[in-house]
Design a protein around this ligand. Structure first.
Ligand SMILES: [Zn+2]
Length: 216
């Protein structure tokens, strides 16, 4: 069974998108790279050039994690906004999905979705917000990736998982020391859907937004 881990900070996982460091691109397996909102500076355009430089690497399968974090990071959210916007445009033009980090920046995301003419596929990683928020952006190509939060009984992630349209679902381990199999197993129990069906669905979802296809 192929379990895709769409976002992990651990190397050498079987079928996964490894979160690479901006300064050390070129990885053995698939990886994502981007300017994390924590790392956005006023000189983000210099950081941005690092991403552009690896466009042709076939293992580079997603831009990210990028997005908003209004709790941690540069004080002026407008700078995060501009850096994220540039990365979304790049992703669209290269046909790559985006791995989005999103903390307290929903209003900025909404503004972004209005401002941008072309929106790439966005995977909202570590989703742990209310189902209502998920619904409010359903007209856009936004996908939701669930990880360790679904093991917490009262989490918003768990509530949202129960409500999600399956064609928008992904799973991840992020920086938490759990196995992706455990995340699939847990979701299978909650959703009452066999693990194989979930695994196939995730592969289908990935193949629908990425040119780097996975054989089912
Ligand atoms: Zn992460």
């Amino acid at each position: 069974m192929k379990y895709l881990d769409v976002h992990t900070h651990f190397k050498k996982r079987a079928l996964s998108v490894y979160q690479a460091d901006l300064t050390a691109p070129k990885e053995d397996g698939w990886y994502s790279m981007g300017i994390h909102p924590w790392d956005v500076t006023e000189n983000w355009e210099i950081q941005y050039k690092n991403i552009s430089a690896i466009a042709s690497d076939s293992n580079f399968v997603a831009i990210g994690e990028c997005g908003f974090d209004l709790i941690r990071g540069i004080e002026d959210p407008e700078i995060q906004f501009q850096a994220f916007k540039a990365q979304l445009k790049l992703a669209y033009s290269w046909g790559l999905p985006v791995i989005m980090h999103q903390v307290k920046g929903l209003h900025l995301l909404q503004r972004m979705l209005k401002e941008l003419q072309h929106i790439p596929a966005i995977i909202w990683h570590g989703y742990n917000s209310k189902p209502e928020i998920m619904k409010s952006v359903q007209e856009f190509p936004i996908y939701f990736s669930f990880g360790s939060a679904i093991f917490q009984e009262k989490s918003s992630a768990l509530k949202s998982l129960k409500m999600i349209s399956l064609n928008r679902i992904f799973f991840e381990t992020d920086d938490v020391d759990i196995k992706i199999d455990e995340v699939f197993e847990r979701s299978s129990l909650i959703l009452q859907i066999p693990e194989e069906v979930l695994a196939d669905q995730v592969i289908k979802n990935w193949n629908s937004i990425s040119n780097n296809k996975i054989d089912g």
